[in-house]
Every structure is written in structure tokens, then in C-alpha cells.
Design a protein around this ligand. Structure first.
Ligand code: AHR
Length: 367
């Protein structure tokens, strides 16, 4: 299907969608957006099947570094299936920014109808997005954000800053409940330059600074199990006996960090030497929360394919799309000590959010 929007029309669309966005009141919950997405998808698939045409979509995915990433890829591939009326060109960019820009340029050359990008890093996008705009191809950004350009139609993803703020606030309240007064923290960051790493780091640090905690070190573990293990091995040597909190910016890093701590004779989890915090809440992560090896796991919801396909369908129908759609994300904990946390989120609102105790990871995890 080549229902190409002319460049001028695309600009109007983007301007209209920007008017519709910008505050937290535009945010969609997973339920409402997913339901809307599913309905639109079914109708679209029926129309497309009738016409025999496919909508071509190029997707430049970050890579394959984590369980979260696998869930993300599966979600986008399922939403943009041939059965649903799409021809998806999928590129695994292997965490290489140059390769990702190249993939987008190839999509332009191939004259796809839509481009979906999960940006490895948040900067350096303006030129290639201008090329997309000049070619009249709408761009949808998912998961991570782009901060030096507004040349995309819509973004679907997580508020990473809030994830970091929630983790810091939980630690503050948990330490108080347990009577722990001295916190010495090691952070294993995600891939440097990604908005996921920047948001989680800044959010957590904001609470750490306010509380006067010591962050002994904060290094890049690249969102991988190997990266988490290597950084933790080096931390165990450099900071032997000096730390009692480890913050891993995703579950795979936490798995690697656990292996490294076990090998170094450091215990972690509920009432052990080290409080272990993670992000993502994938199935294996929640299993470790249930067993008490990870104290708290802050969800980052990866099943964004339906949302993205719903946006394509809205664009096909000539409708205005929301500039931003935020995922709703629960916070999971191992113990029934705190019911909720209250903090000021990135939009400046004071929010109180429940904590979910993991009692049955198999049914509580959806990816
Ligand atoms: O951008 C989302 C992050 O990237 C997830 O937390 C992590 O697991 C992934 O690699």
C-alpha cells in the first residue's frame, strides 16, 4: 500500500498532534490504549484483507540485549503481522547507533509507509528525521525518547524518570521501615546515552541527593547480563565490605550482578547483606522477587506493538494522534512491609502508588 502522506500534510498532522499533547492528562493507561488499539487493528485487518494491500512499516529496533527487548520485538512483530495487514521490515541494530541511522535511511530508500524507531541513544536524530519528513514518511518513536528533535508524529513508552524516582522513594521508605540508617549504594547503569539510563539515573539520584545517601559508584552495564556481571565483579573487589545497596537498571544486569555477588560471597535480597533493586519486571525478574533475591523491581512495560499499530491506523484514517502515550507500570516488591509510596513525579504531581507483593510470578508477569 502506498498511501503516502505528502510532506505538507505530514507537517500539519504533526502540528495537530502536538497540540493534543504535552501534559500528563494526555497519558493513556495500558488497558484503555490496548483496548482501543485492538479494536482498530481488527477493523483495519478486515479492510486490508479485503483490499489485498499491505501497509509497509520499517522498524529499527535497539538490539537483543535483554529479556525486555525480546518481549518488545515480539510485541511489535505480532502487531505488524501480515495477518493484520502489514509488511514489516525489521532491523535489529545490535545496540549500534550508526547502524540504526543507516536502517532508517534504508527504510526511506525502500519507500516504506511508516517508520518505527526505538532510539538507542536520545541525541543525534535531527538530520535523519528531517530526511524522513522530506520523504513524507511518518515516524513513530517507541520506548526510549529523542530529545533533540520534534520531527516525529507520536511516541509510546515509559516515563523513565518516574521509575528512578519510585525506586529511590521505595528505598527511602524501606530503609526506614527496616531501621537501616546508613545507605552505601552501587549503581549498574543501562546503556549510557539512552533515555532509559538517563531517566532512571536522574530520578534515583534526585532522591539520593535529597536523603544524603552515598553513591559509591555508578557504571555502565549496557543493559546486559554479561555487563551486569562484569561491573559487579569489579565492584566486589573495589568496594569489598563497603556497600549495602545495589541498583541494577534492568533485570538482566541484576541476574549478572547476582552471579558476581554469589561468587564473591556477598548475600543479597530480603534481610541479607545487600538490598537489590531492579527495573523491567520481566518474568524471570519477578521470580527472583518472589524468592526474595531481588527486593524490588520497577516495571518498564514493553508490549507497545498494539499501541504503535493503533497509531498507524489512526494516521491511515486521517485522525489526529496523541503526541505521547505513557505506559502504566506497577512496582513489585518481595515483602509486605509497605503498602504504597508517595513522591513528586516528573510532571510535578504528588502521586501515591501501590506496591505489589509478588506471590505468584508466573501469573503476575505478562512477559
Ligand atoms: O529501553 C528500555 C530498556 O532497554 C529496558 O529496561 C532494558 O531491559 C532494555 O534493554
Amino acid at each position: 500500500m502506498k498511501k503516502r502522506l505528502v510532506a505538507g500534510m505530514l507537517v500539519s498532522l504533526m502540528a495537530a498532534s502536538m497540540v493534543a499533547c504535552g501534559s500528563s492528562s494526555d497519558t493513556a493507561t495500558t488497558d484503555t490504549a490496548a483496548d482501543a488499539g485492538a479494536d482498530t487493528q481488527t477493523e483495519a485487518a478486515e479492510d486490508t484483507a479485503a483490499s489485498g494491500d499491505l501497509i509497509t512499516v520499517g522498524f529499527a529496533q535497539v538490539g537483543h540485549e535483554s529479556d525486555w527487548r525480546t518481549a518488545s520485538t515480539n510485541s511489535v512483530q505480532a502487531a505488524f503481522s501480515e495477518e493484520n495487514g502489514y509488511d514489516l521490515q525489521f532491523v535489529d541494530c545490535d545496540n549500534d547507533s550508526a547502524k540504526q541511522i543507516e536502517a532508517v535511511r534504508q527504510f526511506i530508500q525502500d519507500d516504506v509507509d511508516y517508520i518505527v524507531i526505538d532510539p538507542i541513544v536520545s541525541t543525534g536524530w535531527d538530520t535523519v528525521l528531517t530526511e524522513c519528513e522530506d520523504a513524507g514518511i511518518p515516524v513513530i518513536v517507541i520506548d526510549r525518547t529523542i530529545d533533540d528533535s520534534d520531527k516525529y508524529v507520536s511516541w509510546v513508552g515509559s516515563e523513565f524518570m518516574n521509575e528512578g524516582l519510585a525506586a529511590g522513594t521505595w528505598l527511602k521508605d524501606y530503609a526506614a521501615a527496616k531501621g537501616i540508617t546508613d545507605l552505601n549504594i552501587l549503581v549498574i547503569e543501562g546503556s549510557n546515552g539512552s533515555s532509559a539510563q538517563i531517566g532512571r539515573t536522574d530520578g534515583f539520584k534526585k532522591i539520593a541527593d535529597a536523603e544524603g545517601w552515598t553513591i559509591l559508584d555508578s557504571q555502565d552495564g549496557d543493559f546486559t547480563q554479561d555487563g551486569g556481571q562484569q561491573v559487579m565483579e569489579s565492584y566486589c573487589k573495589s568496594y569489598e565490605g563497603q556497600f549495602n545497596v545495589v541498583v541494577c537498571q534492568n533485570d538482566n544486569e541484576a541476574f549478572g550482578a547476582m552471579d558476581a555477588m554469589k561468587a564473591a560471597g556477598v548475600s543479597y535480597g530480603v534481610d541479607k547483606d545487600v538490598i537489590l533493586i531492579s527495573f523491567d519486571a520481566c518474568k524471570a525478574g519477578l521470580e527472583y522477587v518472589q524468592s526474595g533475591d531481588i527486593n524490588a523491581d520497577f516495571m518498564c512495560y514493553p508490549l507497545q506493538g498494539e499501541y504503535c499499530a493503533a497509531i498507524v491506523q489512526q494516521l491511515e484514517a486521517g485522525e489526529t494522534v496523541a503526541k505521547q502515550t505513557f505506559m502504566t507500570e506497577p512496582w513489585y516488591v518481595a515483602e509486605d512491609i509497605l503498602e504504597s509510596i508517595t513522591y513528586t513525579n516528573n510532571a510535578g504531581e504528588e502521586v501515591t502508588e501501590e506496591l505489589v507483593v509478588v506471590t505468584d510470578a508466573a501469573s503476575q508477569a505478562s512477559y
